[in-house]
Design a protein around this ligand. Structure first.
Ligand code: GLN
Length: 446
């Protein structure tokens, strides 16, 4: 990785020399011909960043936090990674995550835990815990993570950095190791909203290599970032402020809302009546898709192979040794929910409720420009506190999951500290492709 970083730094020097000599219009076009947004390509030149180990990096080991892929070296890079490479950003290395992005604390990695830089006895959140911790500790200027149910926004909140989960289809999933394909999105983590916006502009935009990539130009977010909240209608829903929300988190979020109101935003009460079903719906849909996606780890095509007497034994031994307990739990839940006779009762029903949740948001966004909610019910919890109780762990994502179910953009931005000095995050949710307005609101919260 160090060699690669040095080589990239050399390439960045070369690119800088060219930029000084050539007019900007010539250097702005991407060599691969991928459609990429504007936004000053030179701004990322030479900037060191950290990459969640769920994104394929050509020639650099990509483990996904799993024994199954511990020695896997991809032959190609994810589109998001490639777009950063092309702009001369320097990838320092790959960072830790929950195995296959399943978790909320980065304690589920088969390769060791990651700690919260604010308090080493606490978790950094997950599953992009390494991405958030690296930025919070000043080890990287920004990072990429992936968010299936909150995995960029939650660790951003726990580590006091900014994390953006873009609209489904706005950042290519090509080269992102799949967890739940209808929910997964790649997103940036950074110290400021401006940095996150800059990285978002670099990685967003149509990619023919991902069939779910939106065939539209990327949203330009930087140019409206400083416009403030005057005249914006911001929704507040009691559905996000009920039982289980820590008092200090509530106070910090409401304090920020009052500031936004003073700056000229209009606060409107809205309801998301089906929000209470987001968690159960997510835990049918995500494991179902995971069980299907993870069927590819058969001991033949990728990564680990544990030999057996015959192919069936090799298959089961490989999967028994290669997957950790949380991954196995999800595969079993998903296989059950998709099996004959149960599909209608569980998976199909969950899809219908998912539509109701999406409609709730559509109705809300007919009245407001963005919604303000907490990111998580509490601040970062202690390591080991929830490992024995998966349901407690799942509840951590109660405020973030619905955004993925509805395919919407959401950003987590720091809004204060608890009495113990731990960072608290605020979430801004927008309508599909509403990245410009949610980042503008987040910028006003900062
Ligand atoms: N914590 C959630 C889960 O375990 C979300 C993870 C994610 O967004 N990748 O599924």
């Amino acid at each position: 990785v160090a060699d690669r970083a040095l080589a990239q730094a050399g390439a960045a020097d070369e690119q800088l020399r060219r930029l000084r000599q050539e007019p900007r219009s010539q250097t702005a076009s991407s060599p691969s011909g991928l459609q990429s947004s504007a936004g000053g390509p030179e701004l990322l030149l030479g900037i060191p960043w950290a990459c969640k180990d769920v994104l394929c990096t050509a020639g650099v080991r990509t483990t996904c936090g799993s024994k199954m892929l511990e020695q896997f070296v991809p032959p190609y890079s994810a589109t998001a990674v490639r777009r950063l490479d092309e702009r001369g950003a320097v990838m320092l290395g790959k960072v830790n995550m929950d195995e296959f992005a399943m978790g909320s604390s980065t304690e589920n990695s088969a390769l060791g835990v990651t700690r919260n830089p604010w308090d080493l006895s606490r978790v950094p959140g997950g599953s992009s815990g390494g991405s958030a911790a690296a930025v919070a500790a000043g080890e990287a200027v920004f990072s990429l993570g992936s968010d299936t149910g909150g995995s960029v926004r939650l660790p951003a909140a726990y580590c006091g950095v900014v994390g953006l989960k873009p609209t489904y289809g706005s950042v290519s999933r090509y080269g992102l190791i799949a967890f739940a394909s209808s929910l997964d999105q790649v997103g940036p983590l950074a110290r400021t909203v401006e940095d996150a916006a800059l990285v978002y502009e670099a990685i967003a935009g149509h990619d023919p290599l991902d069939s779910t990539s939106a065939p539209r130009p990327p949203e330009p977010v930087l140019r409206t970032l400083e416009e403030g909240v005057k005249g914006l209608r911001l929704g507040l829903s009691p559905d996000y402020f009920g039982e289980g929300l820590d008092g200090e988190v509530r106070e910090a979020v409401m304090g920020a809302v009052r500031r936004l109101e003073r700056e000229g935003a209009q606060i409107v009460e809205v309801r998301i009546p089906h929000l209470a079903y987001a968690l159960p719906v997510y835990y049918i849909i995500a494991p179902s898709e995971a069980s299907s996606n993870l069927a590819r780890y058969d001991g033949v095509r990728y990564g680990l192979r544990v030999p057996g007497d015959d192919i069936v034994q090799q298959f089961s031994k490989t999967r028994r040794e290669g997957f950790g307990p949380e991954v196995k739990r999800r595969i079993m839940l998903g296989t059950y929910a998709l099996s004959a006779g149960y599909y209608e009762a569980f998976y199909l029903k969950a899809q219908k409720v998912r539509t109701l949740i999406r409609r709730d948001f559509e109705a809300a966004f007919a009245r407001v420009d963005a919604l303000i909610t907490p990111v998580a019910p509490t601040v970062a919890f202690r390591m080991g506190e929830k490992v024995e109780d998966p349901l407690q762990m799942y509840l951590t994502d109660i405020y973030t999951l619905s955004v993925n179910l509805a395919g919407l953009p959401g950003v987590s931005v720091p809004c204060g500290f608890s009495s113990q000095g731990l960072p608290i995050g605020l979430q801004v949710i927008g309508p599909a492709f509403g990245e410009p307005q949610i980042l503008r609101v987040a910028r006003a919260v900062e």
